[in-house]
Design a protein around this ligand. Structure first.
Ligand SMILES: Cc1cc2nc3c(=O)[nH]c(=O)nc-3n(C[C@H](O)[C@H](O)[C@H](O)COP(=O)(O)O)c2cc1C
Length: 175
């Protein structure tokens, strides 16, 4: 059985990106483990900390989830046009262990936000950068106006729902 991981690039307990990642996972007929960055707390990356204490266990743990998975569903929250601090911090720590951080695993890359751009800026940053870390981005999906388009755990706008289902189908084929 394939093992897929899904997570949001957010530490919000009510993360809308985690809600989207969870919904996307439910459309996939596979065993998906939903991860929460709150369970992988890390000190803020700094070279001095690393020299003194080494790389924290949680960075190793999360990287191991990626390494042992067959695919990744990731929905990035956008803060000031970029990754959230929590996600960037985890990414930075993991990249110190393995610069090919995503191990060429098929990835469904998503973002959602309350506004009309649906995390377009952070998606553009990730699309550009992740391939340097061996990401194999199969599909990209953005959901704007989260609270209009997502209710009771699912996408209620038919067009966006269709788009996501097509993305999931392609992602599934790549696994
Ligand atoms: C510090 C901060 C900066 C933000 N910057 C952006 C932004 O640049 N673009 C955007 O679409 N939303 C922005 N937002 C709103 C977030 O998209 C919103 O809080 C969303 O719920 C974050 O996703 P999450 O719930 O998965 O954490 C920002 C929110 C915060 C707290």
């Amino acid at each position: 059985m394939k093992k897929i991981i899904a997570f949001a690039g957010s530490n919000s307990k009510e993360s809308i990106n985690k809600q989207l990642a969870t919904y996307a996972s439910s459309l996939l007929n596979k065993n998906v483990e939903i991860l929460d960055l709150n369970n992988f707390e890390l000190p803020i990356y700094g070279i001095d900390f690393e020299k003194e204490h080494g790389i924290p266990e949680n960075a190793h743990k999360f990287l191991m989830y990626i390494k042992s998975s067959d695919g990744i569903i990731l929905s990035l929250a956008e803060h000031n046009g970029a990754y959230t601090t929590t996600f960037k911090n985890l990414f930075d720590w993991m990249s110190r262990i393995e610069s090919k951080t995503f191990y060429n695993k098929p990835m469904l890359l998503m973002a959602t936000s309350p506004g009309g751009r649906g995390g377009a800026s952070v998606l553009s940053i990730a699309k550009e950068r992740f391939p340097y870390h061996d990401a194999h981005i199969v599909e990209v999906f953005s959901l704007p106006f989260f609270s209009n388009n997502f209710q009771d755990g699912k996408i209620v706008n038919e067009d966006f729902n269709k788009q996501l289902k097509i993305a999931i189908e392609q992602f599934n084929k790549s696994l």
